[in-house]
Write a protein that binds this ligand. Structure first.
Ligand code: NAP
Ligand code: ZN
Ligand code: ZN
Length: 362
């Protein structure tokens, strides 16, 4: 039997913007969403951030993209309909969906609120849902997800500015907590001052850390220090600066989206400390274990977004400390230009699409 078209899969007509092939060019698409189930929350999408992962996906940088693909996993809006068994949200509440819309619910990771590491996790788009249909992201007029995968957005946070926290925010918050890089007074390096990096600085400062930004862009120095509160700034191509900072950091969070040298970063670490890699370029970098890691008892780790419980904790922490992303709000029609600019590292510091006001029905 031929697979149903995106428009025929479900009963509720929906629309958004999708990439049709690995050119990554986005254009309007009619598709459909399921009817609201008893554990579902349906919401009108108001804003959706553009993560570098969206760029990797629409370009099929990692392989496995199935077209048409409707991207977007930093999705915020207002609940429009809730199923009969939903308890945590009522119609009219501000809600969000981040990177995941499903998981197995029974493995060790799911039992420990780590749905993000469930072997059967279902990502928000470009995945197959439990019912066999394709998942579609937030570059669309509305979203539906089970209550478990919906996060309540604190009233005081502006919606556009907090949208990026549902990927960029949790993706930096979770490793800071898990790897113990959250103790006041610790000296943290953040590599790459982009979407993840700039909110990383804000969370780290709110946790009481000393923060050094390591960047390829000298012109971001003033903003790093005055706007985001970083304590110092290193230009990674400046050998003198990098040499002067050797052995000074207790940990590094690396958010760079492209292949880049790792060795100079490891050299910035004190002994017994950690380099945490978050960026996902399509080619691996070579890391020599000896003498780089072995002699200093250094550790290299990774981390992928965060579980739902921790995402709620992160957004409540953000509300308490007034943390939002610095955003450039754009209309839907600007999305292809925004993707080009993101690729050229020309964004300060996150594009957020004003879906609610600018997504027109095709
Ligand atoms: P972004 O906004 O484009 O920021 C990436 C930053 O990396 C840039 O602002 C730039 O900072 C630096 N950079 C770019 N090209 C570089 C190069 N060739 N060499 C050195 N530095 C370079 O991207 P993002 O949305 O923050 O995402 C960053 C990466 O993390 C992507 O690969 C994305 O897929 C991945 N990601 C991972 C997770 C996770 O959970 N692990 C979650 C979301 C995203 P400077 O100008 O300061 O150098
Ligand atoms: Zn993301
Ligand atoms: Zn599981």
């Amino acid at each position: 039997m031929a697979a149903k078209s995106p428009e025929e899969e479900h009963p509720v007509p929906t629309f958004g913007w999708a990439a049709r092939d690995s050119s990554g060019v986005l254009s309007p698409l009619k598709f459909s969403r399921r009817a609201t189930g008893e554990e579902d929350i349906r919401f009108k999408v108001l804003y959706c951030g553009i993560c570098h992962t969206d760029f990797h996906r629409i370009k099929d940088d990692w392989g496995g993209t199935k077209y048409p693909v409707v991207p977007g996993h930093e999705i915020v809006g207002v609940a429009a309909e809730v199923g009969s068994k939903v308890t945590k949200v009522k119609v009219g509440d501000k809600v969000a969906v981040g990177c995941y819309v499903g998981s197995c619910g029974s493995c060790d990771n799911c039992a420990n609120d780590l749905e993000n590491y469930c072997p059967e996790k279902i990502i928000t788009y470009n995945a197959t849902y439990h019912d066999g249909t394709r998942t579609c992201g937030g570059f669309s007029n509305e979203m539906v997800a089970t209550e478990h995968f919906v996060v309540r957005v604190p009233e005081k946070l502006p919606l556009a500015g907090c949208a990026p926290l549902f990927c960029a925010g949790i993706s930096v918050y979770s490793p800071l907590r898990y790897y113990g890089l959250d103790k006041p007074g610790m000296h943290l390096g953040i590599v790459g001052l982009g979407g993840l990096g700039h909110v990383g600085v804000k969370f780290a400062k709110a946790l009481g850390l000393k923060v050094t930004v390591i960047s390829t862009s000298p012109n971001k120095k003033d903003e790093a220090i005055t706007q985001f509160g970083a304590d110092s700034f290193l230009v990674s191509s400046d050998q003198e600066q990098m040499k002067g900072a050797m052995g000074t950091l207790d940990g590094i969070i690396d958010t760079v989206s492209a292949v880049h040298p790792i060795r100079p970063l490891v050299n910035l670490l004190k002994s017994h400390s950690k380099l945490i890699l978050l960026g996902a370029p399509n080619k691996p970098d070579e890391l020599s274990f000896f003498p780089l890691l072995i002699l200093g008892r250094k550790m290299v780790g990774g981390s992928a977004a965060g579980g739902l419980k921790e995402t709620q904790e992160m957004i409540d922490f953000a509300a308490k400390h007034n943390i939002t992303a610095d955003v450039e709000i754009i209309p839907m029609e600007y999305v292809n230009t925004a993707m080009d600019r993101l690729h050229k590292n020309d964004v300060r510091y996150r594009f957020v699409i004003d879906v609610g006001n600018t997504l027109a029905a095709p």
